[in-house]
Design a protein around this ligand. Structure first.
Ligand code: DGL
Length: 270
């Protein structure tokens, strides 16, 4: 049993997809969230820069005495997987839990993977799926405009800009006949409904935030690190730029007002 908070980080808003699911599955746990909004996007940067950012993000969370760290970021999980070896607490990224679910769900053994350019260039999802089953065909597509869309609040499924952008990236993927698509960047579940409207409801969308939260809960349970509190858990949010845009999307996505509860910090001090 352990009452310490769970630490979750991402380059921006994407990790909230894991936070929403963690709250659903483990409602009594406290959460400390860091969104590196001053340096988003990560997915267009070099591997060396992404690793440096990820090391600073984890150092910040460890200062809050977290009992586990979740890299709720497909890019960090793909490029900086070495992180887990240096941490004094349990760690998970998003790639393993998500690939496992996709390999289980696909019926025609054709899986699409969408993510940031750094994630797609790393082939992290493709290689792990092939280690489970090398008969699964994996179609990879980077979607570099999705993160700026979400960070700018274009998350409504009826917004024509959002729909056209999704069509541009996903129509070629759909032509290959995939029956399952991994949302390999945690920002993408925020526009899941808009993605589903383009690819059709028969295509299974694997939500990286959800699968990671389910897997993190399993690790905490098996390590006897769950809280014994019966009170609703508290969440603290930190960002590295002005909280305004973050608060607006977080309110819509988490379904609660986080205004005045988001604190700006200087991540370069870590
Ligand atoms: N949510 C991050 C991911 O899962 C976005 C990365 C970025 O900032 O480009 O990859």
């Amino acid at each position: 049993m352990n009452k310490a908070p769970i630490g979750v980080f991402d380059s921006g808003l994407g990790g909230l997809t894991a936070v929403r699911q963690l709250r659903r599955i483990l409602p009594n746990e406290d959460i400390v969230y860091f969104g590196d909004t001053g340096r988003v996007p990560y997915g267009t940067r070099s591997n060396a820069t992404i690793k440096r950012y990820a090391a600073q993000d984890t150092k910040f969370l460890l200062k809050h005495n977290v009992k586990m760290i979740i890299a709720a970021c497909g890019t960090v999980s793909s490029v900086a997987s070495n992180l887990k070896h240096d941490l004094p607490v349990p760690y998970t990224g998003v790639v393993s839990p998500t690939c496992f679910e996709a390999a289980r769900v696909t019926k025609n053994k054709k899986v699409g993977v969408i993510g940031t350019s750094a994630t797609i260039n790393s082939h992290s999802y493709r290689d792990l799926i092939h280690s489970f089953d090398d008969k699964i065909e994996v179609v990879e597509q980077d979607c570099p405009l999705f993160v700026p869309l979400v960070e700018s609040g274009f998350i409504d499924r009826d917004d024509p800009i959002t729909r056209l952008t999704i069509e541009r990236y996903l129509k070629p993927v759909m032509k290959t006949g995939v029956d399952t698509i991994i949302l390999g960047c945690t920002h993408y579940p925020i526009i899941k409904s808009a993605i589903s409207a383009v690819v059709g409801e028969k295509v299974s969308l694997i939500d990286s935030g959800r699968e990671t939260a389910v897997y993190a809960a399993k690790i905490l349970r098996e390590s006897d690190l769950l809280t014994d509190s019966d009170k609703p858990g508290k969440s603290e949010f930190f960002v590295s730029d002005t909280p305004d845009g973050f608060e607006n999307v977080a309110r819509v996505f988490l379904g609660e007002n986080v205004e005045h509860t988001v604190e700006q910090i200087n991540i370069e001090l870590y």
